[in-house]
Design a protein around this ligand. Sequence first.
Ligand code: ADP
Length: 507
Amino acid sequence: MVARFIPRGTNLFARTMYSAAKPSLKNPALFRQQSLVNGQWINAKSGETFAVTDPSTGQKIGECPEHTAEDYATAIEHARTAFEDFKKVTHRERANMLRRWSQLMTENINDLAQILSWENGKPLAEAKGEITSCAVNFDWFAEEAPRIYGDTIPSQTPNVRIHTIKQPIGVCAIITPWNFPASMISRKVGAAVAAGCSSVIKPASETPFSALAMAYLAEEAGIPRGIVNVLTTRKNIKDVGRELCENKVVAKVSFTGSTNVGKLLMRQAASTVKKVSLELGGNAPFIVFGDADVNAAADGALASRFRGSGQTCICANRFYVHEDVYDEFSKKFAEKVSGLKVGPGLVEGSQQGPLINKAGIDKVARHVEDALGKNGKVLTGGKRLSEIGDNFYAPTVIANGTADMVINKEETFGPLAVLIKFKTLEEVVKMANDTEYGLAAYVYTRDIGTVHKVTEALEVGMVGVNRGLITEASLPFGGVKESGFGRETSKYGLDDYLVVKSVAVAL
Ligand code: ADP
């Protein structure tokens, strides 16, 4: 990387400084511009491609095949054939493959992180963290694979014995978003391989290169051809989505993305009664009680809101701060936020990358405008950083938040925190639950009674108590309400890829 870094305080990178910020890969074979189907690197049947651009600069990164629904149907057929053999591979052998895949992710972490940072814009340090999480997920599922136990169950009928076996569900369709281009795939395909399933993966068209690099390493890890297939598409997405949901061979659809697309996929998958798991939008409340360690809360808020420039589904989106600590928290938090170094992910030292695209930054600007129009007060940020690039927005904190601001209803998916004052536990729980989403929530308090009361009352799938970052392989990840269903990673992460078969034997 050629770009220089401007010291803390200056905070801005001039456009010219990073036009040369490109990955330098030790293993260039990891950067692939073709899809992997049945062990072959292929183009679209039509020969069409689409361009992928760097969100920091708008410059072209490369091209990927524009596959049609028909191309995906062919891949699904290959996945079906491959599954017939793979389901007979022992659990231990599948574990060994996943362990090898994990090792390869770690060995290639510098290259993989650069590819990820380039296409997504997130800082290199975060990209490395994401690749590490992929390696850990593969290890986790390697450890789970040999422990797919059935049950022995006493029968109510004399001379009958009942037992269950857990079998792989079959061909899985995996659809993933751009905000975690690698880890969202690892938590799905890791489980699929451990269970003995084959997969057809459709990565987001904004960030296909991380997925293709992982597919390359899956081959290197000795996972049989046809088990991990990755195909790219952009303009044909609706047809492809329908194919993945309606093709009779596909047994399961696993999706991470927006609630609206999740609803559409669920409707489509109903036509063949497929097993579905959905990890959809969130609108996480972050609650700071009057007895909280305010400095720790400000650190947690920073980590939770500003990771991935605020573009994660479990990002804190609504900040409720008790009136006793409101001023202190606002000051500390705004200070920390104003110290964030903004710049392209590939530039060393960047802590905040760009938004993914124009729609992303326009939404942040709209939410800021709405808050300011309702008496919000900017403590830091509040503007685009066009001098760095079209997709950069200053990390922003706004005080005097009110319940009627649009940020309470919509997920901002950007670097904006609006602070709302509260008085009582009952009042804050009511406000926190007043949303159709239910993915994550964060609570800061030192009172054990408050911990239990609030964690039990919040309508979400995950709660961080005195923690702003909660994701790890052992934590069941998933939501309630319109944030979806199904749990990824953890001891439950394999369940969606398995079917329980019950056997009743007459003696
Ligand atoms: P976001 O707004 O974060 O991009 P989306 O839900 O649109 O969220 O995208 C998440 C994933 O879903 C991406 O891989 C995207 O290409 C895919 N996707 C979008 N629309 C459809 C659709 N109609 N059918 C199947 N997949 C879709």
